[in-house]
Design a protein around this ligand. Sequence first.
Ligand SMILES: *[C@@H]1O[C@H](CO)[C@@H](O)[C@H](O)[C@H]1NC(C)=O
Ligand SMILES: *[C@@H]1O[C@H](CO)[C@@H](O)[C@H](O)[C@H]1NC(C)=O
Ligand SMILES: *[C@@H]1O[C@H](CO)[C@@H](O)[C@H](O)[C@H]1NC(C)=O
Ligand SMILES: [Zn+2]
Length: 968
Amino acid sequence: MGAKGFFISKSVGVVGIVLGAGAVATIIALSVVYSQEKTKTDGQVSPTDGAVTTTGPAVTTTTAPSNEPWDKYRLPKSLVPDNYRVTLWPRLTPDPITKLYIFTGNSTVIFKCVEETQLILIHSNKLNFTELENGQKASLTTVGNGAPAPAIKSSWLAVKTQYLVLQLAGVLVKDQQYMLSTTFTGELADDLGGFYRSEYVENNETKIVATTQMQPTDARKAFPCFDEPAMKAIFHITLIHDLGTIALSNGNETGTSNNVIDGKQVLVTVFEPTKKMSTYLLAFIVSDFDFIKTTLDGVLVRIFARKEAIAAKQGEYALNVTGPILKFFEKYYNSSYPLPKSDQIALPDFNAGAMENWGLITYRETALLYDSKYSSNSNKERIASIISHELAHMWFGNLVTLRWWNDLWLNEGFASYVEYLGADHAEPGWNVKDLIVLSDIHRVFAVDALASSHPLSSKEEDIQRPEQISELFDAISYSKGASVLRMLSDFLTEDLFKVGLSSYLKEFAYGNTVYTDLWDHLQRAVNNSGSPPLRNVHDIMNTWVLQMGFPLITINTTTGIVTQKHFLLDPDSIVTAVSPFNYEWIVPIKWMKTNIIQNPKWLQSKSENMTEMKLSEGGWVLANVNTVGYYRVNYDRGNWDRLLAVLSTNHQDLPRINRAQLIDDAFNLARAKEIPTILALETTKYLQKEREYIPWESALDNLDFFYLMFDRSEVLGPMQDYLRKQVTPLFGHFKTNTSDWTTIPAGHMDQYNQVNAISKACSTGLEECQTLVKDWFAAWMNDPGVNKIEPNLRSTVYCSAIAAGGAEEWNFAWGQFLNTTIATEAEKLRAALACTKEPWLLNRYLEYTLKSTFIRKQDATSTIVYIASNVVGQPLAWDFIRDRWSYIFTQYGGGSFSFSNLINGVTKRFSTKFELQQLEQFKKDNAEVGFGSGTLAVEQAIERTKANIKWISENKEPVLNWFVAESK
Ligand SMILES: *[C@@H]1O[C@H](CO)[C@@H](O)[C@H](O)[C@H]1NC(C)=O
Ligand SMILES: *[C@@H]1O[C@H](CO)[C@@H](O)[C@H](O)[C@H]1NC(C)=O
Ligand SMILES: *[C@@H]1O[C@H](CO)[C@@H](O)[C@H](O)[C@H]1NC(C)=O
Ligand SMILES: [Zn+2]
């Protein structure tokens, strides 16, 4: 999956005026970080739903835990599927009596018995089975020669573990194939999981799309199947659908015929059998969408979307970049695209960012559709990156699949790393590869520096229940995975990395692996290259994969002594998790000495004497060049002072990524009390001269924490004065550079930094900026048909204008939000509507978030978090969720709502004893209802609030004094 469902583009990260531009970006970025640890309520989890009637022995769920096979979450190893024939018929109009949207279907699966058994367990969730005359929910026959299949003695649904259970009168014979057939009905709910429905309005008509999201464990909601990634099989899919609609699935359609079924005129579309694949990669879609297409070396490439979107040419960009990216990956993997077609489809309702269904990738509209009149460069970049991410999975993940979900980090970390390579190939002028430092490394450093983090790798037996699997889709898996794989590719060299990768794909095509299989192939590539490195791949990578966290490397340039220790953001936190390596890592160190890149070093123990790093005659040392290493660096004070001096005189002597890194390291080292907070603030003084995006963004991200802690205190004034002073030259630079805001900067990163300049200048009260922005918005309000605001700047302009305005501005923007058919424009407006300073408007907006006709369910959490990011909205959002907790929990609990995002977002600013009390009370009051996926987030919020209270008490005075002195 493209996890960045709540990825916040530059253009959205601009909630200005009161709280400072980047604050929202950081909050949302951090809020994507789901809770990671397994919930501590093992065993005593209530059934996921009560919709399905349970008969037979399943009543045991309410008594003592039993050890029957159907009480276990993993399938027994007795049966292995070979192929399925599945027919599904989604109804796009509700049943007139029950008002339910449903689908009907039938399925046969041919499987082989590999261990004699009297029991068939096959996954099934929320399906109602049609019972046969003998009262059973399925029929069983023998395939080919062999004794007749034993009779089914009893059949029932194990609700908690999501099985259809069939107990047999006799045994299934080893090596014999059997065929199991079922007929069933399911609900086509709007729950964004399994086979579900998405609604949208076109030409004043509400339209329904039937679509799927199977990963990780919802294929079993569409038809009974052996729903584990290693249970690969071939799927023969048939979809029945209304006249005027089209049907899509993983394979190419072989034909569509007219038919009358149950007295109804329908179309029947049959698809080519799939390759051997995992159930979580299946997709079935019925819509009246339109498409555009091209062919690429015999591969059919199509982009599907709403008719209006295709007519407005919003699919063109996606179609244009897909070809180059596919070609890039064919070369990178040295393996041709494994399927005859590549469909990509934009859906109005979609929970994640995108999903890599094999041959039929599904996206949020904002992740696929581009419109040059509405989309910012950040929207465009997001599209290129997500397409790249998903196409990367077509081989890594789909052709070769990790055996079980505990290795998810390798699948997602890998795609999250190479997405930058594919996007860079499609848009070589952008330098997107640099952005991994901000979007992944910095993002995940923030969570991986907590005592509550967890290692990349989990034990297979620890990941069993669907909730445990879902929890793995977190920042550690995606961003830390990406960061350590980038480091690995760098120290091996990209060429060797590719050689190992391609032999891995070749050996395991259509099969399953564990993560060490990749290390084996990389090691083989290294050995064959004739120049093996110091240590083997397994030894090095084990230290990064099997223990949580990352090292702080400290270089003392007066002695040449280099040491490492586990970096913890809160120095008082207690690490209870035991590490097999005692929190030591094998660390590749790329470094430079006074402008010159040196030979890389390896730090292999706690402390080593590296005499080359000792400075005898002036100069400076800078380690972790271009932040290819997954660690932070500290220096002796003398070296820090010399680096600060370089920043203030010749900042370009330091690579631009390292300028960003010095700032990020300094601020985080200060949080961890390794260096004084004032030293961190000193790294921002040179920004007066900085014009590059990456260092600016790093600084603004880090200052967001200061806004969160101080925007309700007397520190705010002097802090705003200081930052206004720092950003004014940047504002002036872009004013000149764009001939008084009439053109857009040429460079991709410059366009980003222009947004920073305007949002920060406006939010710190630079009058020229505020006037400029107000005038642009007023011109649009005067002539709503003509929006001349440059797409890149819209988010910041909307936000600033709504913050400065009142009900009139808000209502205008709300009207535009309801009317626009452009997802990316709606997204910008939805974020900006949270910028108002009027409490009654914010309260009304909070009410709207729970009305799905106003705010789509997929957007409810992030909208509440936007509101909480606003210093005025924060207490309102907190009251709102406390007030509605049990309602929110029951209405939105079904997967589409991230409680951890919500809790993180709403409590980020907490830093007083009173807020701590409220939080503890909240925990107590709702103990009964529970916090679902937010359980750990509540604990973390309490811990974070305590740490914030302490931080403020220690830092407020020196920080205030520094801002007062430096703002003069
Ligand atoms: C499944 O349902 C379709 C449509 O009702 C029907 O044509 C087909 O024969 C059924 N297949 C089986 C195996 O029952
Ligand atoms: C399945 O059966 C249950 C219990 O009879 C019923 O409440 C539910 O609506 C049924 N679902 C569908 C999709 O028919
Ligand atoms: C859309 O439908 C509503 C009510 O169904 C009607 O009042 C309105 O005039 C329609 N608008 C257009 C443009 O057809
Ligand atoms: Zn992915």
